[in-house]
Design a protein around this ligand. Structure first.
Ligand SMILES: C[S@@+](CC[C@H](N)C(=O)[O-])C[C@H]1O[C@@H](n2cnc3c(N)ncnc32)[C@H](O)[C@@H]1O
Ligand code: SF4
Ligand code: SF4
Length: 315
């Protein structure tokens, strides 16, 4: 595979488009509520959206998220935009992720009819007290009935893949088992994502002593060569709502801007010197400079650790 050789393909296969920078959930586990008031960008204009989609049409895009560091359901035009993406990219996996805040019946019905491939519902707990600590902008008393109603309507036809995402490592193990049983009983897949500091941008100490990370990744910064364990630099392209291209979905402070769709094509940006330099800094082949985003990120690991993990996971 290309990423093993540290090479990137001629054009990205995975895309994130920030059609809006808004989100009302105010999660404590996410840098959005602290950083987004400083952002100069808001809703993506139609002209820019069409300009981007026209460059993706005909390309072998495997996976596309019409969101980035915000919530797609806070974009009123999201359903039209998803339709446009589906027309342009009939084979691509279109994935959306949201919370119970936005799954009110009117929006839920439209979502069920939209041509997405996958929906993830973020729910970091199953009680009002847990929501108050993790997602204080989401009213549990409304959100959980929204989610339950959605799952029930989805179950009738299962028009796309559905899962609930719950961050793992926040609660004691016995509580995590209860959370697991809760979603199993509802007949929906649960994705247990290890909580991270998002490049030292969220304070996880408020959740107390974390359970030991069972993966070898915490040993990750042993020695170069390094890689981004999610291949954000070699497979993915991340476009902000004003057209700037950022290194990845951790860049809540816009530290690593690599180009601008209003000034250059996606292909030019992807193959630019700025992008190549970022890849070299990630690999450890070029000086990273002080406080480099990836150096603060849990997903930046020694290749040896990553390969060890892959070997352990092999059947
Ligand atoms: C940034 S959100 C954007 C989409 C949408 N607003 C949502 O929350 O589902 C994308 C994913 O990042 C996850 N996430 C947020 N903070 C995280 C953290 N500290 N560690 C791991 N994943 C996190 C969320 O749970 C969500 O599944
Ligand atoms: S994790 Fe998602 S829902 Fe929560 S604040 Fe961040 S973008 Fe919003
Ligand atoms: S290592 Fe972290 S910050 Fe760097 S590209 Fe990957 S996900 Fe982004």
């Amino acid at each position: 595979m290309d990423w093993i050789a540290g090479k990137h393909r001629p054009f990205p296969t995975h895309i994130q488009i920030q059609t809006t920078s808004a989100c009302g959930a105010a999660c404590q586990i996410c840098p959005h509520p602290v950083e987004s008031p400083n952002w100069p960008n808001g809703l993506m204009g139609d002209e820019l959206f069409v300009h981007i989609v026209s460059q993706l049409q005909g390309r072998a895009i495997e996976y596309l998220c019409p969101y980035l560091m915000a919530d797609p359901m806070s974009d009123r035009r999201i359903f039209d935009r998803v339709e446009a993406l589906r027309q342009a990219l009939p084979q691509t996996t279109l994935e959306m992720s949201t919370t119970g805040l936005y799954l009110v019946p009117k929006l839920a019905d439209r979502l069920l009819e939209s041509p997405i491939s996958e929906l993830r519902i973020s729910s970091h707990g199953i009680s009002a007290a847990e929501y108050a600590t993790t997602m204080p902008g989401v009213d549990f008393a409304k959100a959980m009935p929204n989610i339950e109603r959605f799952i029930s309507a989805w179950s009738a036809h299962k028009p796309f893949k559905l899962s609930v995402v719950c961050l793992w490592g926040l609660w004691p193990a016995d509580r995590e088992r209860e959370i697991e049983a809760f979603w199993k009983e509802k007949g929906v897949e649960l994705s247990k994502w290890r909580v991270i500091s998002r490049a030292e941008q969220v304070d996880l100490t408020i959740y107390g002593e974390a359970e030991a990370d069972p993966t070898p990744y915490h040993e990750g910064k042993q020695a170069p060569p390094y890689l981004c364990r999610h291949h954000r630099d070699t497979q993915w392209l991340h476009i902000l709502s004003d057209g700037r291209v950022t290194l990845c979905c951790m860049d809540y402070r816009h530290e690593e801007i690599l180009g601008d769709v209003r000034e250059a094509s996606l292909e030019e940006i992807w193959n630019s010197e700025a992008f190549e330099q970022a890849r070299a800094r990630i690999r450890g082949d070029a000086p990273a400079g002080p406080n480099f985003l990836c150096d603060r990120c849990e997903y930046h690991v020694s290749r040896s650790v990553h390969e060890q993990r892959a070997l352990e996971a092999a059947p």
